[in-house]
Design a protein around this ligand. Structure first.
Ligand SMILES: C=CC1=C(C)c2cc3[nH]c(cc4nc(cc5[nH]c(cc1n2)c(C)c5CCC(=O)O)C(CCC(=O)O)=C4C)c(C)c3C=C
Ligand SMILES: [Fe+2]
Ligand SMILES: [Fe+2]
Length: 344
């Protein structure tokens, strides 16, 4: 490749995080995030009322307290791990061929800025990699929406490719396997929990092809052409693939969904309910994977690593360990490199 040739732009996008733990910044973040019609999929006026009159005022101070538990000298883990991932990825790619930027769907650094930098570099193609292993309208769909909202204002729109999901990518699975094995070498566990971010059931039904997905074991329990984009189906599929790689017996593996917001039904089983069931059965030692996230964040470190742990221990559990996220592990960096190269 000669130096005059146009490059390929790569945009790695994660969810986003507040700029600081100040309640005002957390409120600003929650407002932007939850006013996204793909996240709270209500019509504008009810969504506006819910977010601005209920969630933002009441949740922001509580969330800010949680973010203070998470924050480090480098700020939010979600952001600095994404920066580290970029910094480890760049030297692995041909600098004459690729230019890499990171962005957050909400707050900073913005998708708008990332795309602006790629556009100014006159790239011939943009590969957008939403850093969400399983497809959901609320995440990958929203990233695609925002990218297109910006690109449609350009006179020239280069080729744009979106990575839809990467649950089956061998290096994604290997990266989790390595982290899991490291934990399993230190201790023995009676149960292995795979806790994914939840979603309102309604959002799964909206994406269901020919009404195929009824949120039952029959549909989400199998991964087929019909439910290839079903988030719940992809989560169960991820668990099956990881459990097989780790050699875990079926009866010791559970999939569950965390972080329910509001009163509407979210996809089940809820992690909170599973914790109670495990305690009732006298299970004492649990290892938890959170493979809907590729970086440590509020949902993993605080919710799973602290709050669920406390609940489990209060109910008589003795050991609740969380497998750290992929962050910028070598195998995960190789996985992202491969996603770039195979989509080029
Ligand atoms: C209706 C609300 C929400 C939907 C739908 C939703 C989907 C969803 N989110 C993630 C990943 C992350 N979410 C995070 C935080 C977070 N999520 C919601 C709500 C919904 N998420 C809220 C209100 C919050 C903020 C924290 C809180 O107040 O509880 C994070 C952590 C960000 C961080 O800064 O650390 C991630 C990551 C996925 C993958 C997903 C759909 C599959
Ligand atoms: Fe979320
Ligand atoms: Fe399904």
């Amino acid at each position: 490749m000669t130096k005059n040739k146009a490059k390929i732009g790569v945009l790695l996008v994660n969810l986003g995080t507040p700029d600081s733990t100040a309640t005002g910044d957390v409120r600003k973040y929650l407002r932007e995030f939850l006013m996204d019609g793909r996240v709270i999929d209500f019509p504008f006026i009810p969504r506006w009322m819910l977010v601005n009159l209920i969630i933002a005022p009441f949740r922001a101070p509580k969330s800010a307290k949680e973010y203070r538990k998470l924050w480090t000298d480098r700020g939010s883990p979600l952001l600095f791990h994404t920066e580290d991932l970029r910094d480890k990825l760049i030297p692995k790619l041909d600098s004459n061929k690729y230019i890499v930027e990171i962005a957050m769907r909400y707050q900073t650094p913005s998708i708008e800025n990332g795309l602006k930098k790629l556009n100014q570099a006159n790239v011939k193609k943009i590969i957008v990699i939403p850093l969400f292993p399983q497809y959901a309208s609320a995440t990958n769909g929203s990233v695609a929406d925002r990218v297109m909202e910006i690109a449609r204002t350009w006179q020239i729109i280069p080729n744009i490719t979106f990575v839809n999901n990467f649950v089956e990518h061998p290096l994604f699975l290997q990266a989790w396997e390595e982290l899991g094995r490291e934990m399993m070498a230190k201790d023995e566990y009676e149960m292995y929990l795979f806790s994914y971010h939840g979603l309102p059931e309604r959002q799964i039904r909206k994406g269901s092809v020919d009404g195929y997905c009824q949120l039952s074991d029959k549909c989400c329990g199998n991964y087929t052409k019909k439910n290839q984009f079903c988030y719940r189906g992809q989560c169960f599929h991820t668990t099956r693939l990881l459990a097989a790689k780790l050699g875990l017996p079926e009866e010791k593996v559970l999939t569950c969904f965390q972080s329910r917001l509001g009163k509407d039904p979210w996809i089940k089983p809820y992690t909170e309910d599973i914790i109670k069931e495990l305690a009732e059965k006298g299970i004492k030692k649990v290892l938890v994977f959170s493979p809907a996230f590729v970086a440590d964040c509020l949902e993993t470190t605080v919710e799973v690593g602290e709050e669920y742990k406390e609940e489990f221990e209060e109910l008589g559990g003795e050991k609740w360990d969380l497998v750290p996220s992929l962050n910028s592990s070598d195998t995960w960096v190789e996985c992202v490199k491969d996603l770039v190269v195979t989509n080029s």
